[in-house]
Design a protein around this ligand. Structure first.
Ligand code: AFD
Ligand code: MN
Ligand code: MN
Length: 386
């Protein structure tokens, strides 16, 4: 695909950033407060809006409930629109409540399951009020020891809850079911892999699709093959982009394995399913800046997508058909090794943007301004409560 065609495909690529990446975050060991990190949902929307202003491709921000809960949802929606973005996916938090110690929708206690389901139903209503079409559901549910719970029983409880949730979706809404092979549960996870998520979605119906979080797979998993299969089956709802070296590291996407990101984006470009795919970032920048790390993530997705679009699919298909193994492989590596920074610089220049949004942010003084206005929000680390 040549330059102009790449430009129009880049124009259509919308990347959603997560509200939760703009505030202080960390690991279970410590949270290192960042000067100027967002303290409220209003500041998180301000930061998401700045990322969109500097990149022109991030017109929506995902919310996490109850972290982003406000009294007046239409005021929040208006505020986001006033900042040039809209509210995107709604993520119910089914892990940050004491009652969810043994799980949420799969919990052995019916009263707890009811509480978890009510939180999900509230999120569907919030999404409706905000005009959001995606409920993005990740369950931390699982067990820590063999024998702790009935594994088959947990699956049945999970399905029963999701059936009730699915039934209240409005026709324009989708339930994206996310999977993760472990953490915070360390013996079994109730939605551990793409197969389970796919079975659940098939059980629920066409408004349920699989959410692929790129940090949620065992070492060595061929993620692009999972993506290809889900696309083939009409089950790919979208992504939570991040990168990992070992586990769910929530690192800047494309920072550890940029070629994998190109291969993932190629499966999307080849099938031309961009319009039905939610490209969402889910990251936690614990030791680096919040906004510039998000900008780098957005740039890395655009870079990978541009490289994927440069793959000569005619050459690739011919080589594949003829069994030219190396020729087919080189069709991908030729594109991967192409420097697309000049192309992306032209795309950004056409939109009046700096060719390097990270540099524009770092030279623009917004970080210093935020640090001055917001200060450094104190954080509590679980281990410091003793
Ligand atoms: C954590 C989970 C999962 C979820 C995200 C937002 O591992 O990826 O989507 O938090 O709730 O990263
Ligand atoms: Mn995720
Ligand atoms: Mn995760």
């Amino acid at each position: 695909m040549k330059g102009d065609a790449v430009f129009s495909r880049l124009d259509a690529l919308e990347i959603e950033t997560p509200s939760w990446a703009y505030g202080n975050s960390g690991t279970r060991f410590h949270v290192y407060p960042w000067p100027g990190a967002a303290r409220t949902v209003w500041e998180r929307i301000d930061d998401a809006a700045l990322v969109h202003e500097l990149t022109a491709c991030c017109p929506s921000v995902a919310l996490h409930i109850p972290w982003d809960t406000v009294d007046d949802w239409s005021a929040l929606g208006d505020y986001a629109r006033g900042r040039g973005i809209r509210i995107g996916a709604i993520n119910p938090n089914l892990f940050g409540d004491d009652s969810f110690r043994l799980g949420s929708l799969a919990n052995p206690d019916a009263a707890v399951r009811r509480r978890a389901l009510d939180k999900c139903l509230d999120c569907v209503e919030i999404a409706r009020q905000l005009g959001s079409t995606i409920i993005s559901l990740w369950l931390a549910d699982g067990t820590n020891y063999p024998g702790q719970d009935d594994l088959r029983g947990r699956h049945a409880r999970l399905l029963a809850g999701l059936e009730e949730l699915y039934a209240v979706l409005s026709p324009d809404q989708k339930l994206l079911v996310e999977y993760k092979f472990f953490e915070p549960a360390f013996y079994s996870t109730d939605l551990p892999d793409w197969g389970t998520a796919a079975l659940v979605c098939r059980h629920l119906g066409p408004q349920a699709q699989v959410l692929v979080d790129t940090g949620h797979h065992p070492q060595g998993t061929n993620i692009e093959q999972i993506v290809a299969l889900l696309v083939a089956e009409g089950l790919l709802g979208g992504f939570h982009f991040n990168n990992r070296k070992y586990a769910d590291d929530d690192l800047i996407v494309g920072s550890v394995d940029p070629f994998e990101l190109v291969r993932i984006m190629h499966e999307i470009a080849l099938a031309e399913v961009e319009a039905s795919t939610a490209f969402m970032i889910d990251q936690s920048h614990n030791v680096e800046g919040k906004i510039d790390a998000m900008l780098q993530s957005v740039m890395n997705i655009q870079t990978a997508y541009a490289k994927a679009l440069l793959i000569d699919d005619a050459v690739l298909t011919t080589a594949q058909t003829e069994g030219d193994v190396l020729g087919a492989h080189r069709a991908l590596t030729d594109a991967f090794e192409t420097d697309v920074r000049p192309l992306l610089a032209r795309w950004r220049a056409d939109k009046g943007l700096d060719s390097d949004p990270v540099r524009a942010f770092r030279d623009g003084g917004q970080a210093e301004q935020r640090a001055h206005e917001r200060g450094t929000a104190p954080v509590e680390s679980a281990y410091e409560k003793r």
